[in-house]
Design a protein around this ligand. Structure first.
Ligand code: COI
Length: 376
């Protein structure tokens, strides 16, 4: 018997009886306030993907033996919808998230699906709740697709049933302090990801074990931690973000934008890819190299001492870019320069602007911004 594919045309919509009156000036603390509806799709091994349903936001009912609670059958995504000045609601590169979700699912034995069907369903959810997409610059609707294994059994096997659901929340700037540079504590006593592991996948299991190191950084007065790997102490990621550094060779004057290569230990970030794509296309190759290569905390410390570290930033969907101003390492403070009187470096500011122009529909670029509702 063939099993059913995920099919957006089978969508059933059950609307909330009394829609929320959404205040554009509400408190948008990250991840607290949710839109009226959620998308839910069940999967069963025997029959495949069931009819998708959009229904009022509410609790799930799961058996306490459901495998998600015992063996970590959970993955998620983070993506955003934007309201453009000319009255459209758009999704930013949603096909990248749907494709990554399938790669995460494959890694933990959860079912895969037709990525375009999920993008269409998310578009329908956001269109239904479009009043929740904030209008202010720097604000957006953060969308959280999730998949969990729901088999009611303690047997350690691939799940026989799963649930894909999507919730969303209007958000403002990720850090309460707004767009300001962060101080990081380098962590080398805990390993976030390792070769052959799953650090490149968006599995919940990659996040909880990072919390104690983040708390340690916070206790010592830092905003986040910087993840190092191996005896060489390669720089890998910043908190839950990809990391970028800009070096300037003091002999040649040439600059280099550097991030760690996708070797299975680095999350395949959509913002990371957007930064690299725009940098390769828009920076002059006479003045810049754009590299995906290994680099260590020692290289950063030594080159910072020589004035060769120009700037650094983390990037991810939630924050977009997050400038870095200092790294605590081996009892020393590695200072990263900022533009005079500003909380950012020059390239960080430039690339944040490039990305935001595309996200808010001011500039069309390679169909990265996909219109899902035209409110004109
Ligand atoms: C993102 O940058 O989108 C993240 O991964 C952070 C998220 C887990 C809140």
């Amino acid at each position: 018997m063939s099993t059913a594919e995920l099919d957006a045309s089978k969508l059933k919509v059950i609307r909330k009886e009394e829609p929320t009156v959404f205040e554009q000036n509400a408190d948008f603390t990250f991840g607290r306030l949710f839109i009226d509806h959620m998308l839910v799709v069940e999967w069963k091994r025997e029959s495949g993907w069931q009819a998708p349903e959009i229904r009022p936001y509410g609790n799930l009912s799961l058996d306490p033996s459901a495998c998600v609670f015992h063996y970590g059958f959970e993955l998620f995504e983070g993506m955003k919808a934007y309201r453009t000045e000319d009255g459209r609601v758009t999704l930013f590169r949603p096909e990248m998230n749907a494709a990554r979700m399938n790669r995460s699912a494959a890694r933990i034995g959860l079912p895969q699906f037709d990525a375009e069907q999920l993008v269409e369903l998310i578009g329908k959810l956001v269109e239904l709740d479009r009043q929740f997409v904030p209008q202010r610059p720097g604000y957006s609707l953060y969308i959280r697709p999730v998949m969990i294994g729901t088999s009611a059994s303690l047997g350690v096997t691939a799940p026989d049933s799963a649930l894909l659901y999507v919730i969303a929340c209007p958000v403002g700037p990720y850090y309460k302090s707004g767009f300001s540079a962060v101080r990081l504590l380098a962590t080398d006593n805990v390993t976030r990801a390792w070769p052959g592991g799953f650090g490149d996948k968006k599995l919940g299991g990659n996040y909880a074990p990072c919390i104690p190191s983040q708390e340690e950084a916070a206790r010592l007065g830092y905003h986040q931690n910087l993840w190092l790997f191996g005896p060489e102490k390669y720089i890998t990621e910043v908190g839950t973000m990809n990391a970028f550094f800009v070096f300037k060779d003091s002999t040649t004057g040439k600059k280099e934008l550097v991030t760690a290569p996708l070797d299975g230990t680095i999350l395949e970030g959509v913002t990371r890819d957007s930064v690299l794509t725009l940098a390769r296309e828009r920076l002059s190759p006479e003045e810049w190299d754009v590299s995906e290569r290994y680099y260590t905390i020692s290289e950063v410390a030594e080159r910072a001492a020589k004035g060769e570290v120009v700037e650094a930033f983390g990037c991810g969907t939630a924050v977009v870019v997050s400038p870095i101003k200092e790294i605590g390492w081996n009892d020393q403070a590695i200072k990263i320069p900022l533009l005079p009187g500003e909380e950012t470096g020059e390239f960080t500011k430039q690339v944040a602007h490039w990305i935001s122009e595309i996200q808010y529909g001011k500039v069309e670029y390679n169909n990265w911004s996909r219109t899902i509702a035209d409110l004109k």
